[in-house]
Design a protein around this ligand. Structure first.
Ligand code: G1P
Length: 296
C-alpha cells in the first residue's frame, strides 16, 4: 500500500537560535533561496506523499501562510509584467494537501507525534522533522527508499541514519544495529536518545526521517518523560524493539547529508553550502568567499 500521509513536527521553539527565532519559526529561516521547511515539503512531494500534517505551535503561523495560495500576489505579478517570478511560487500549486494541528504544550517530540494520532487513523505514515534538510540542493530520495524497505520487510518502523563523529552523539538518537552485514539496511537491536560518548552504542544517528505503523501511538501513550524531561520518540521506538517489533535503519547517502537547522553552527554551514550551489550566484559567492579568506 502506498504511503500518502506525513507528519511534520514544527512546534519546537528553536531556543538555540534566539534571537532569530523569537518571532520567526526556525523552519522559516532562509537557506539559499528558500525557507528550510520548503525543502522538506519538496522532498516529501518527490517521495509520493500527498497529505501533510504540520504539528505547530503558537509562534508558527508563518508556516501556514507560506503554503497557502497567495492569489493577490500572483495577480500583482501578472499585472506588473513580472510573470517570470510566478515560477518561484509554483510550489503553491503542488498536488499536496496541508493540515495543521497545535501541540498545545511543549512536552517533547514523542508528544508532538501523538498529537497526529486521530489524523493518521489506521494507515502507515512518514515523519519528517521540519527543521532538517537532507542534501544540497536537496535531491534526497531517502524517504522513498525507506518506504520500499518498510514494505519489503513488512517492518513496524524504518528510520534514517547518518554516521556522526563521536563528539556529536550526545545530540541525537543513536542506534545499535543487530549486525552490519548489510550496512545500508539493518535491523535495530537498541536505540537511545542523546547518550554521552561512553554510553553510545555506535555513531549511527537518527537523521530526522521515520516511517511508522500506527502501532507507534500505543507505545507513545505509554512513554514516560525521558531525556530533558520530554516524551521522547526514541524511547517509544526502543519499547517497540523490546517488544520484538521489526524496526529497521536505512543509511542516508553521502549526497543526502543532514543539515540540522537547530543551532547557529549548522545553520551557517547550510546557508554557505546552498549559496555556493546557487545556479545564478554560486560562482560570485565562491569568489567573494575566496577573497575574504585570502585577506585573512
Ligand atoms: C530529535 C530526536 C533525535 C534525532 C534528532 C535529529 O532531536 O529526538 O533522536 O536524532 O531529532 O533527527 P532534536 O533535534 O529535536 O532535539
Amino acid at each position: 500500500m502506498a504511503i500518502k500521509l506525513a507528519v511534520i513536527p514544527v512546534a519546537g521553539r528553536g531556543t538555540r537560535l534566539i534571537p532569530l527565532t523569537k518571532s520567526l519559526p526556525k523552519e522559516m529561516l532562509p537557506v539559499g533561496r528558500k525557507p528550510v521547511v520548503q525543502y522538506v515539503v519538496e522532498e516529501l512531494s518527490r517521495s509520493g506523499l500527498e497529505r501533510l500534517l504540520f504539528v505547530t505551535g503558537a509562534t508558527k503561523t508563518a508556516i501556514e501562510n507560506y503554503f497557502d495560495l497567495d492569489v493577490e500576489l500572483i495577480d500583482h505579478l501578472r499585472k506588473t509584467g513580472k510573470e517570470d517570478l510566478l515560477e518561484e511560487l509554483a510550489f503553491e500549486k503542488a498536488d499536496l494537501q496541508y493540515f495543521y494541528t497545535r501541540q498545545r504544550r511543549q512536552l517533547g517530540l514523542g508528544h508532538a507525534i501523538l498529537c497526529a494520532e486521530s489524523f493518521i487513523g489506521n494507515e502507515p505514515f512518514v515523519v519528517a522533522l521540519g527543521d532538517t534538510i537532507l542534501g544540497v540542493p536537496s535531491k534526497a530520495n531517502i524517504v522513498r527508499r525507506m518506504i520500499e524497505q518498510f514494505e519489503l520487510k513488512k517492518a513496524d518502523a524504518v528510520i534514517a541514519f547518518e554516521e556522526v563523529p563521536e563528539s556529536e552523539v550526545h545530540r541525537y538518537g543513536i542506534a545499535a544495529p543487530v549486525s552490519l552485514r548489510d550496512p545500508e539496511v539493518f535491523r535495530l537491536a537498541r536505540i537511545v536518545e542523546k547518550p554521552n560518548v561512553a554510553e553510545a552504542p555506535s555513531c549511527l544517528a537518527v537523521a530526522s526521517r521515520y516511517v511508522f505503523r500506527p502501532s507507534i501511538f500505543g507505545y507513545l501513550r505509554d512513554t514516560k518523560p525521558g531525556k530533558n524531561n520530554e516524551i521522547q520518540l526514541t524511547d517509544a521506538i526502543q519499547a517497540m524493539i523490546a517488544d520484538g517489533k521489526k524496526v529497521y535503519g536505512v543509511r542516508v547517502l553521502p549526497e543526502e547529508h543532514r543539515f540540522d537547522i537547530g543551532n547557529f553552527g549548522s545553520y551557517f554551514d547550510a546557508f554557505l553550502e546552498f549559496a555556493l550551489a546557487d545556479p545564478d550566484h554560486g560562482e560570485e559567492v565562491r569568489r567573494k568567499m575566496e577573497s575574504l579568506l585570502n585577506k585573512g
